[in-house]
Each structure stands twice: as structure tokens, then as C-alpha cells.
Write a protein that binds this ligand. Structure first.
Ligand code: NDP
Length: 326
């Protein structure tokens, strides 16, 4: 028997409880993983609170990330004892996920833990950190080097935002942070941000083109903030958009694209091909300093998840939250 957080639905409401399960309760997939750590992402918050249509069928063990050790495998790709990471692939949405002491996974969802990284570090990074790395790689693909000017990060004190600030700063970029929480300034300064903008000033409706201020941007919030970021991006700048914490709309015009050659690059980590994922995980090993991660992460257990989920949806969580199911 082992513990897992189980979501059920009653009269349209999502209910969560820590339950004891048996290995035979797990879905019939090829690789059995003893979970060392999972993590809390915005999407997990939406799933547990039932505030977004994230979960496709109930009962569901949520948790879109996990890292652990293979204990049984019917796949030649993995053997007992292999250390693995899983993020994305609709796990925790369509398939049972990481808020559990054991999980059964398809081999194609897994990547091997890079040498020099442990499960706790992998989950301090998690989907949010992987997405931040993919956003930085998107800026690099757009030719945004540190000498081009300042990169702005929105939702900066959140999971994706915090890791993005730390990576950009480590790579030598000048980083501006958009945050709704003044109390996060010191934290963000510690990660490498040197300029601060309020959520309110950036959310104000913008003209189609504003004064150019940003060589590049990583946007985790969408809506009017992303529209303003686009209107303020330099000629030939790149904006990597990955989130909707402020809303899914994008009230913009074609002007930044046709007059300033601005590139808007979408970033998705869920279905990201394995070769790019592996590249991103290896980059995280070198480009995200351990001391930054220590400052970014806190640890909770399965029973703490309902409260933490409500907090992340309310925008009250700073940095990354590691989940220890054991
Ligand atoms: P967090 O909740 O940790 O961070 C989001 C941050 O956005 C908050 O900390 C807050 O930052 C800011 N924020 C919250 N509400 C608002 C609002 N109404 N208006 C403007 N800013 C707001 O979430 P994550 O970092 O885990 O995820 C961020 C976004 O990225 C989410 O939308 C998530 O769904 C998406 N995402 C997408 C992925 C992909 O593959 N495309 C993968 C991972 C995440 P502050 O306090 O600094 O203002």
C-alpha cells in the first residue's frame, strides 16, 4: 500500500484527499517508478482546486511532474534502478501523475536524470523551470544576445518567472522584472533582476507601438501585459510567450510585427520533443546556479497540496514548490 493524492468529482465540484492505494490500482503502463519528488505548478493548482478544466477524467492522481527511480520495467529502454524525470505529456490531466509514492509511466514520457542532478533539483526545476529554459532558448534562437539590451520577464516571482530571471542573469543578460508583489523585489534582486515594473503599470492598455525598451521578453501572463510588452519591444526583438496567469486574450495589433520585425515565439513544454527536452535539461545543469535554486524552492507534503494549490491559483506562491510524497 502507498499514499497518493486522489481527486474525485461530486456534483461538479473537485474534491481532493490523500488515500492509500495498492499497486494494482495504478494504470497499466510499462514503467513503475518510485516517486522521490514531484512539484507544484500553476496547472496543478487549477487541477486540484477544480478552477480550470484541466482534469479529463476522475478519479485522478494529479501532479504534472515527477522524478524518481524505476523499480520495474517491461520496456527495454529502462531498467530497475534508473533515475528518471517526467514532465508534461498530459500526465496529471489525462493520466495519473506524480502526487503519489508510486506511478506507472509510458517509457516515451521519461528522460534520464542528467548526471550531476538529483531528483530534488530536477523537481525544484520541474515543468516551470523546463519551460523557463525553453523560453531562454527561444530568445537565443531569435538572436537575442546579452549585448542587445534588457530582457523583461513578466510574472517574475512565479515558478517560470523566477527560474527565467535566474538563468538570464547567469547568462549575462540585464533583466527587468514585472511583478505584482513589491515584497518580492529583494528575492528577485537576489536572483539577478536589476529593474522592477509593477503589474498595474504594465497592464495598462498600450498604443500599437510604444517607446522601444526591451531586446527580448519572457511572458508568463498574457493579455494586456503581453500586448504592452510587444508594443515596447525593440526592432528585431523576440518575445517568448508561454503562459496565461493574467488571461488568455491578446489585445494587440500587427504593428510590432510589420513595422519592428518583432518575433512572437510560442513556447510549449508539454509535447516538446525528447531531443529538445534533453538539451534543455542539460542546459539547466549548467545555466541555473544551485544557489539560485536553493533560494527559489520550498518543500511540502501530499497533505499540504490542497492549500498550496489554492495559493498558487491566487498568485500567492513565490518561486517553486517541491512536493515530497514520502
Ligand atoms: P505561478 O503561479 O508560479 O506564477 C505566475 C505568476 O504570474 C504569479 O506568481 C504572479 O507573479 C503573476 N500573476 C498571477 N496572476 C496574475 C494576473 N492576474 N495578472 C498578471 N500577473 C499575474 O505559475 P507558473 O510559473 O507555474 O506558470 C506561469 C504560467 O505559465 C501559467 O499560466 C502556466 O499555465 C504557464 N505555463 C505554461 C507552460 C507551457 O508549457 N507553455 C508550462 C508551465 C507553465 P508576480 O507575483 O510576480 O506578479
Amino acid at each position: 500500500m502507498f499514499n497518493a493524492l486522489v481527486l474525485e468529482q461530486e456534483e461538479g465540484k473537485t474534491l481532493s484527499a490523500v488515500k492509500q492505494l495498492d499497486l494494482s490500482d495504478l494504470p497499466d503502463e510499462d514503467v513503475l517508478v518510485k516517486v522521490s519528488y514531484s512539484s507544484l505548478n500553476y496547472k496543478d493548482g487549477l487541477a486540484i482546486t477544480g478552477s480550470g478544466k484541466i482534469v479529463h477524467k476522475f478519479p485522478m492522481v494529479p501532479g504534472i511532474d515527477l522524478a524518481g527511480v524505476v523499480t520495474e520495467s517491461r520496456s527495454p529502454q529502462y531498467q530497475a534502478g534508473d533515475q528518471v524525470i517526467m514532465t508534461g505529456w498530459s500526465v496529471g490531466e489525462r493520466y495519473w501523475g506524480g502526487y503519489s509514492q508510486y506511478a506507472r509511466m509510458k517509457p516515451e514520457w521519461l528522460v534520464k536524470l542528467p548526471q550531476g542532478m538529483d531528483a530534488a533539483k530536477a523537481m525544484s526545476i520541474g515543468t516551470a523551470g523546463l519551460t523557463a529554459m525553453l523560453c531562454v532558448m527561444a530568445l537565443e534562437e531569435g538572436g537575442i544576445t546579452p549585448d542587445r539590451g534588457t530582457v523583461v520577464v513578466t510574472g517574475a516571482a512565479g515558478g517560470v518567472g523566477s527560474v527565467a530571471v535566474a538563468i538570464l542573469s547567469q547568462l549575462g543578460y540585464t533583466v527587468a522584472a514585472v511583478t505584482g508583489r513589491e515584497s518580492s523585489h529583494e528575492y528577485l534582486r537576489g536572483l539577478g533582476a536589476s529593474e522592477f515594473l509593477t503589474r498595474a503599470e504594465m497592464a495598462e492598455a498600450s498604443r500599437p507601438l510604444e517607446k522601444q525598451r526591451w531586446a527580448g521578453a519572457i511572458d508568463t501572463v498574457g493579455d494586456t501585459i503581453l500586448a504592452r510588452v510587444l508594443a515596447e519591444t525593440d526592432y528585431r526583438g523576440t518575445v517568448a510567450a508561454c503562459g496565461l496567469a493574467g488571461g488568455y486574450k491578446l489585445p494587440t495589433t500587427v504593428m510590432p510585427f510589420i513595422l519592428r520585425n518583432v518575433r512572437l515565439q510560442g513556447v510549449d513544454s508539454v509535447m516538446c520533443p525528447v531531443d529538445i527536452r534533453t538539451q534543455a535539461w542539460n542546459r539547466l545543469l549548467t545555466d541555473l546556479p544551485d544557489n539560485a535554486l536553493g533560494d527559489i524552492s520550498s518543500v511540502i507534503g501530499l497533505a499540504d497540496l490542497p492549500q498550496a494549490a489554492a495559493d498558487i491559483v491566487a498568485g500567492k506562491i513565490q518561486g517553486r514548490t517541491l512536493v515530497d510524497p514520502n
